[in-house]
Ligand binder design. Structure first.
Ligand code: HEC
Length: 138
């Protein structure tokens, strides 16, 4: 019997909730759209940290990576290919790398299938730039 009393307030909340729904719907949509870059970074997060000075994972920490020379993070063992590549992570190089790492460099060791949608890559690079404290990517 006690439980039916406990249910009463919920039932009345549901009743008022129904009238509140139209007002809440746009908020739910907006939340979904918050930072698509962050959502896209889920594809990288298993292997990379972003903030400068964070530990390496399977891949190197990406602090201040945009605009930087490739393979410069102390304490990370890069492939010979990336170490000797002479790459600089400007916007265009990063864009190609994320699209298809193996098209940029033969012999690297980043196991990633690539992100085909240019708009998604743009959002991801914007997010990377901010979270790695790199400043505006050139
Ligand atoms: C399965 C693990 C893995 C995933 C997933 C992954 N990476 Fe990597 N990444 C690596 C490894 C390992 C290296 C080092 C490559 C080498 O030495 O050849 C690397 C290197 C890099 C570098 C070069 C860093 C430097 O210091 O020059 C960048 C930039 C990078 N990754 C970005 C990304 C982004 C962006 C994503 C997601 C779209 C991603 N990676 C997904 C493992 C990964």
């Amino acid at each position: 019997m006690k439980s039916s009393f406990a249910l009463l307030p919920i039932a009345s909340m549901m009743a008022t909730g129904a009238t509140m729904l139209p007002a809440l719907a746009p908020i739910a949509v907006a939340k979904e759209q918050v930072d698509p870059g962050k959502r896209l970074f889920l594809q990288c997060r298993a292997c990379h940290t972003l903030a400068p000075g964070e530990p390496h994972k399977v891949g190197p920490n990406l602090g201040k990576i945009l605009g930087a020379k490739a393979a410069q993070k102390p304490g990370y063992k890069y492939s010979k290919a990336l170490s000797q590549s002479g790459l600089v992570w400007d916007y265009k190089t990063m864009d190609h790398w994320i699209e298809n790492p193996s098209a940029v460099l033969v012999g690297h060791k980043m196991v990633y299938f690539g992100m085909k949608d240019p708009a998604q890559r743009r959002m991801l690079i914007r997010y990377l730039s901010r979270e790695t404290k790199s400043g505006d990517p050139k």
